[in-house]
Design a protein around this ligand. Sequence first.
Ligand code: DON
Length: 317
Amino acid sequence: MDAAIFNTQPVSADGPIADYLSDLHFRISRLGGGNVASYIPELAKADPNLCGIAIATTDGKIYAVGDADHAFTIQSVSKPFVYGYALARYGRETVLQRVGVEPTGEAFNSIVLDDKHNRPFNPMVNAGAIAVAETIRGKSDDERVANMLDLFSRLAGRQLDIDEAVFRSERDTGHRNRAIAYMMLNTGMIRRPPEEILDIYFRQCAVKVTCVDLAVMGATLANKGINPLTGQRALPEEYIPDILTVMNSCGMYNYAGQWSYEVGIPAKSGVAGSIMAAIPGQIGIAVFSPPIDEHGNSVRGVAACREIAHDFGLHVF
Ligand code: DON
């Protein structure tokens, strides 16, 4: 399949990287295994055959192939960015009082807090992300949504919005996240009404992106917080190492150890089937393909990242 061309962002369709991606896509898109997420009913409608790959460089080039312009919901790939937002707003010490930086070794939606501090283990699992979502500024739901969308739009370099059907589907069925939020209200890790915080958390997870958007967002992390397409700062440079470190140790959940061993690049997955990775000073990588494995990571996404890391020698160690 040929590298795709987009109207919104400048995509390079020629050259060795585009050829490499076309080749990789041909093989990866034929891999089987995994299932489309169904615990959020709206996500179960996704076409399991979709497969897109995109790379964005810190000097503003984009390479994309397959279904890289197909829109899907960002889900947990939103978590590192809202963590960065929280750090920018409140600083490390305050944020650390509400969320730790330890991997859980457990599922992303586990109902667990650390014994010592009664705190969520890290901002990449649902508990930590819900605690962090409380930091989004705004006096009303509308103001908070506007501020959250402003963050993601800066990161992607274009105006993003919310998939209302996916948002409502998760809001109506996300009782496990409600249990987590109430548990944290009980331990003082969140202070405002859980439904108010869950509203912004579910909306943040339902932000619509494409593979190209996620690659640009990854490249923004790789570029010390400045979007390489727009030149706009999305996150302060000071906190980029915090974000990347936690992505490295916790971004792939209870697969994080093996991921770090085999692939060796900071990454974050989402249950709609995307993976975003960032290599500081170099590139952002995004893969989207809906079937996910038992950890909640896209099967084709893991395979594609493993190959890219190997073929370009990107393992950081
Ligand atoms: O809270 C949830 O369960 C979803 N909105 C996000 C979970 C997710 O993406 C886990 N990732 N693999």
